[in-house]
Ligand binder design. Sequence first.
Ligand SMILES: NC(=O)c1ccc[n+]([C@@H]2O[C@H](COP(=O)([O-])OP(=O)(O)OC[C@H]3O[C@@H](n4cnc5c(N)ncnc54)[C@H](OP(=O)(O)O)[C@@H]3O)[C@@H](O)[C@H]2O)c1
Length: 258
Amino acid sequence: MLDEHVALVIGGGRGIGAATSVLLGRLGASVAIAARTGSEVSRVSELVRAEGGTAMPWTVDVRRPEQVQQMADQVLRKFGRLDHVVHCPGYLPDPDFVWDVDPHQLRAALDVNVLGPVLVARHVVPIMLEQGAGNLVFVSSALSSRAVPGLGAYAASRAAENVLVRTLAAEVRGSGVRVDVFIPPATDTDALRQFRAALAGRGAPVSAMAAKDPDDVAEAIVRLCLPGSWRRADGAGSRAGYGPSFPGNQRPVRRHPW
Ligand SMILES: NC(=O)c1ccc[n+]([C@@H]2O[C@H](COP(=O)([O-])OP(=O)(O)OC[C@H]3O[C@@H](n4cnc5c(N)ncnc54)[C@H](OP(=O)(O)O)[C@@H]3O)[C@@H](O)[C@H]2O)c1
């Protein structure tokens, strides 16, 4: 379905990003899998290759402009194009009431959740504009629009991310590049376990809601990459007769379907 497509999953070493990488590879895309921990991106690359797919592990810290640039350059050099970018990194500051927020924690959240997406956009959007096609999905959080005591710093960083991404979507409208914010449900990953433990450690109420399987969440993300939802300007992998090359950035915030 995604034969000849090239995908870059940032934060693909574990959790939702890892599941998304494996699914993209299974559907035929060549997948570059990036995160800071080399052993994790190598492990996920092996999973993709074990199913007959093509994978490229890459270590990157999205807070480092030169590393993000090298990653984009390297993916382009190796695969010759870049059709999909799924951005998964997130930083959750220690839960604290707003008047107690540690400035270092807030800066750390802004670095990963706001600066990271901006740097990624800086280095991948020009590639996609040049191609006249591309698909960017930024994984954010439902907390971005909620006022939950103790989670203000995280929510504020995610709200800033969403506004930036929606602005980006408006800026590239009509170019063939599509940009989405994806809001996942509670998903059974290391990050959720740490989040719930941090809340419990502060005596805050912890949701007992069952978490979704990362594979199911990956399916919802990958749906945004499928022909019909998205298609390449050169038509590769596209569904005949689907209409205009791109549906356009009509719905820049995609909620999970549950
Ligand atoms: N799980 C949930 O219930 C849930 C709910 C709502 C929103 N989300 C959001 O969805 C996204 C994925 O969640 P997840 O649960 O799959 O998280 P996860 O298991 O912690 O995975 C995050 C991935 O991002 C990478 N990463 C973190 N910081 C990075 C950085 N500075 N540069 C490059 N890569 C970085 C991590 O690898 P390294 O540490 O090796 O870099 C890892 O591969 C996150 O943004 C999270 O906040 C999750």
